[in-house]
Design a binder for this molecule. Sequence first.
Ligand code: ADP
Length: 369
Amino acid sequence: MKKKLGLKLFLSYLGVLLLTVALLWLAIQLALPASFARHMGAASGGNGMMLGRGANADKPPLYDEFKAGVNEAIFWAAWVAVGVAALVSWLVSRRIVHPIRQMQQASLHLAAGHFDQHVPVLTDDELGDLARSFNHMAEELAQVETRRRRLIGDVAHELRTPLTAIQGYMEGLMDGVLPAEPETFAQIHGETQRLSRLIDDLQELSRIEAGAYSLNIQPVKLDEAVRTVFKRLGNQFEERSLTLQAQLGSRELVVLADSDRLVQILTNLLGNALHYTPAGGTVTVRAHQSGGQVEICVEDTGIGIPAEALPHIFERFYRVDTSRSRRRGGSGIGLTIVKHLVESQQGRIWAESPGEGQGSRFCFRLPAA
Ligand code: ADP
């Protein structure tokens, strides 16, 4: 590659040079007689042409000697210029080809899965920009790879837990340690349900992360969406002796959103509030408009979230109390999905909690219609 590009550069320099020399030579041949006559005429008081071609047949004409001298000078100057062109093209091609070759090598390593590639930024021109972009791309790829590896590890871990439990129950049954009665089967059934819920959640997350879903954004009346979710979850709140209420203000709030996805977000947040609030507690949906946005909060009087966990609450598989969440079939994916859904509708979401045992508040903003 180096040779090819270097040769091309040299040939392009040589081409320009030869063209310049040819034009120069042509121009000199055309201009020389008149120019010679004028200058010689001036030097000999108006008889310049006498000294020119054929002025004196006995002596070699001065003009021809002069012309031969000029041509010789052009000839040697052309060779010197060819030498300079070769040197310059070699230097320039080295400066261009060297970083390109480095990037080519690094990209081959990247393709082979070695993501710790970095090429030096040697210049502040387009090549430097290219090297910077290359480094940025390599860093992004390395991060994607890290996330992919972590995801595979997390998924394997999440799948292993219920499978190990099922295996334990089955071995207990086979060894006769566990009684073959409905309660044991119910436990096994519960674990298989947990597995299939996890797989459903993973499927939904991968669909959402890949953007493989469509949004039908239109004005949605918030109270209607809230009513739908209350209808869906009302019984479960009653069963757990929890009060479920909405405070949406007197003015009708309308958001620009996909109504199904809005219901999914609220269902998820209220589902969490239901599970993390002890009996007798209260869960409230509040909303108000501020500027061009509507802020919707799901507030509970439940177990709360410790301050150090708040920044991680929307990360996939993150759970404050892993065993507690897993017992209820939680996968730690729900809030990750919710965050994606809110952000894909031009909104943002955050969580607040005064601390453990003091309740939590999940708020999100969506554009007002
Ligand atoms: P999970 O399926 O485990 O509930 P989520 O992504 O929905 O997963 O939530 C992540 C974690 O955030 C939960 O495991 C829980 O620790 C915490 N969390 C979510 N909602 C609440 C809430 N209302 N009160 C207290 N903790 C919560």
